[in-house]
Structure formats: C-alpha cells, structure tokens
Design a protein around this ligand. Structure first.
Ligand SMILES: [Cu+2]
Length: 83
C-alpha cells in the first residue's frame, strides 16, 4: 500500500490488528514521518478475514480513520492453520 501525503503536515499511517514488520507500524517511534508531497510504501497484507483499521499519526489527526475489510473467500484457506 502506497501512502501519499497530500496534506501540509507530516504524518505516518498507523495500522491496527495486523501483524507486520515494525518498520511499517506507522508510529513516530518506528518510522520517520512522511513529509508533505512525499509517499511511503507500506508492506502489509491481509491473510486472515476480518476488519482492520488505520489512522494517521500526526499532531492533529481530526479523528480521521479508515477501515479495511478482508472477506472470507469460499474454498480458500488463509494458510495460517495448516499442519
Ligand atoms: Cu493507532
């Protein structure tokens, strides 16, 4: 997922409910901010059905957030519970 910062504030995108590399977590502890006009590529995937959410980490986030819903695909295993 590519995040494009079209605002005039630096930001990151913080993900909730995903297992991901720390460098893609999107907090200021793990990532340098995305400067206005820049982009950042997040290496994320959604192997399990569910609802996930994300929001910007900036000083004034104005309650902005988004959701990602990964639906169950009939006949397809997530691969996480195979033996
Ligand atoms: Cu968060």
């Amino acid at each position: 997922m590519k995040a494009a910062n079209d605002t005039d504030l630096e930001t990151t995108v913080h993900w909730h409910g995903l297992q991901l590399d720390n460098r893609f977590d999107g907090t200021h502890y793990t990532q340098d901010p995305i400067e206005p006009g820049d982009t950042f590529g997040y290496g994320i995937s959604f192997p399990d059905p569910g609802v996930y959410w994300y929001h910007p980490h900036i000083r004034q986030d104005h309650g902005q957030e988004g959701r990602v819903q990964r639906e169950v695909t009939p006949g397809r295993s997530s691969g996480r519970h195979r033996r």
